[in-house]
Each structure stands twice: as C-alpha cells, then as structure tokens.
Design a protein around this ligand. Sequence first.
Ligand SMILES: *[C@@H]1O[C@H](CO)[C@@H](O)[C@H](O)[C@H]1NC(C)=O
Length: 459
Amino acid sequence: MVSSSSDHNTQFQSSPPLMANRHFSRTTSKSFSDLFIYVGGSLVALLLVWALWSFSSPAPDPNTFPTTFIKPSETEPVKLQDFNINFKQDSSVPTFYDDPTLTYTVGSPLKNWDEKRSTWLKHHPSFAAGAKERILMITGSQSTPCRNPMGDHLLLRFFKNKVDYCRIHGYDIFYNNVLLQPKMFTFWAKIPAVRAAMVAHPEAEWIWWVDSDAAITDMDFKLPLSRYKDHNLVVHGWSKLIYDKKSWTSLNAGVFLIRNCQWSLDFMEVWASMGPQNPNYEKWGATLRTTFKDKIFPESDDQSGLVYLLLHEKDTWGKKIYVEGEYYFEGYWLEIVEDLENTTRKYNDIEKGVRELRRRHAEKVSEHYSEIWKEHLKDAGNGKEGWRRPFITHFTGCQPCSGDHNMMYSRQTCWGAMEIALNFADNQVLRNFGFVHNSLSDSSRVSPLPFDYPASEIM
Ligand SMILES: *[C@@H]1O[C@H](CO)[C@@H](O)[C@H](O)[C@H]1NC(C)=O
C-alpha cells in the first residue's frame, strides 16, 4: 500500500519536477526558423498558389499527389500495401503543419483533427497503406541522472526491451525525457508527450504509452487491435472494481493505447485539467480523495482522474474506453515473476514436440512463427490461472530510477525480479541470435544454442 504522501509516486513511474529547459527551447526554435527559411525559400511560389485555393477547397487534387512513388505495373495490379513508404517526399500543399495557430501543447485545444489527419494521409499516400494498424510506442524518463546508482542501467534495459519488441513488429518508438509541460511532472508527464506525438505522427493510428518500468515479456504477442475497433482508449483494469468498489487502483494508467483522433485530444484536455498546471489542482485532489476511499495521498493523480471520469462522465467518455481485463495488457510483477521459470519450461516442452516451432529463422520473419504458436496456445489461458507468457510485466511500486521503492518490497526483491523478467524477455530475442541466458537471474552470461534446441540439450 501507499503509506504517505511523500512516497505517493510509488504506484507510478515518475520523474522529479524540473524547470523548463531554456537552452532546449532556444535551439529548437532556431532550427525551426532555419528550416522555415529553407523550405519557404524553395517553395514560396508554390505555397502561395496553393494557399489561394487550397484552404477553400479541402478536397485533394490528384495532381498534388507526389509523383515520386512507385507506379503499379499495368499488367500486374499492385495492392496499396505493396507501396514502399516514401520518407523523402513531403507534399507542397499546405497542411495543418503550416497553420501558425496549431500547437503541440496540452491546454490549447486542436480542432477538426480527424479531417486534418486524413487530409495529410491523402497527400502522403505511401503512408496511407496500413495506416489503420500503425502504432507509435512512447515511453520516457526524467531529464537528469537517476538517484538510484543502477537506475539508469535498469532504464536502459527496460528501453532495450521495448526497442526489441518494436523492431520485431515494425513499430516506431519515441523516448521522451523532457517535461513538455513543465508543471506536469511525474505521472502527469505522459499526457503532454502523447499530445505532441499525435501531431508529430499523423501517420500513426495508435499511440501506445508504456511506462519506463514496464517490460514486454511476450515478444510474440500483438495487441488485438480489431477488438478495439470501436474504442479510442484501452487501459488495463476491472470494471467491477471501477464501478462497484470505486477503487483508484481499479485500473492502471501506466500503459494505455490511445487512438490518434479528435476524441482523444478532447479527452486528454479534460483528463489533463485535473493536473498540477491547472488552478483547480488542489480542489481535484480533494475531490478524488473523497471519491476513492482507498486513495491515501492528497494530490490529484492521473490514474484516479481516469477512474473518476469513467465513474462520473461515463456517458461522455465511457463508451469509447475499453477496460481490458482479459490478458496482461499490463500485469503486476509480484504475481508474475515467480512463474516465469515454469513458463519457460512449458514453452520448451511444447517446442520439443513440434519441429516447426523450434526451426531457426531470421528475426524479421518472427511473426510467422508467432502465428504457428497461436495454435499451441489455444488452451494456455491468460493471467494468473493460465500459463501463457504475460504480455507486459509492470514493476509498479519498484521505482528503478529514484530507488524509492514501496516499503512493501525490499530493494533486492524489486531488482531481482526486474532482472528475471528482463532476461526472460531477452531470451526470446537472443533465441534468434543463437544464444540464451544461462539462467533467468544471470544478466551477463549466455550460452550458444545448439541446432534443434530445445530438442537438443545445451552443452
Ligand atoms: C513450477 O512447477 C513445479 C513442477 O511442476 C511446481 O512444483 C512448482 O510449484 C511450480 N512453481 C510455481 C511458482 O508455480
């Protein structure tokens, strides 16, 4: 349990307050203006022409489409998916980026985003294919070194884990380590980061926030996006605990999937308005504490805020929020880590019986083998009762960076469990590089895998 206001961050991955980084903003605005002069110089004539009619006629003209993308051959129709993404071409037609009033910041609402995004996609057709499934993962940590001497090392390993997952599945990833809204520190910092990422990545349908202290422990598992087709926000939680128990821990706000759309921008404005940058911050703290009997610390926090919106503005927001409780969209490490040895053994036993599953392959075609695995995981079950690999193991309360772990666990318990989970995940990656950790607790030593492992034994 959270024991006092001073350790209220223990339920979250947090970063300490910091001042706005003046150097950073100065250099950024300088390079923006340089860029503007450069682009402006070369395109000014075109922009003027387009500006004259393009604002009054939002329908894209086919002639404005880039001419550099590969043309489908006449004889063999090529599906849109076959186009390669063109990173070198930007449309000269003005887009929302050219609108001086558009911002990347929380607190300045953005309008007609769905239309703006889709217009951008129309002008960047190489990104349009597969756009509905495109995911950008965001994670991050504080801008200064960790107080815990091994904190930065642990954060590096947690980040490596996410990079591994994103590489295998072709997702983009962004690591943020500045406060984009200086007052929105600790657990509030993710909202401004997601807000900015939506504008920076119109090609991505989903933004997936994953706390820095969460590890992906099933490298094969993919988010079941079709399940969320009618929803805009996915969080891990339990409806019963939300609506019946009114508990602030009835869901976890440390991992969420949010659609890049107007609804999400509107929702985040409302959600963020409970934060420390708002004059009503203290009032919100009191309201949330009254609402949730199990909330001990007085400050308004993003997780309680989210549960509050589900409880009190269910009609406005609830319909589009999917509370995922069926699998470990994120799971509590304490109920997961002790089983990971057995999970490894179970998976190895299955592979011993199925040659196809243990066939060596290029890392790039891993998803082919994940598909084959599905058949063998039909009865694996999910969560504590099942034996399927947990998708995300979240070290809630461990605070790798500050070292201010919850007093419920010892420092050793937290770090030891993190190593086991990270090595468990790393084994799935190293497998395709021909190696395996000597044990889940041994982060340093690995052994080469013999051909036909695990049917053959490691020497
Ligand atoms: C792991 O499996 C062994 C053998 O089946 C069993 O005795 C043990 O209780 C299991 N451990 C856990 C943590 O479930």
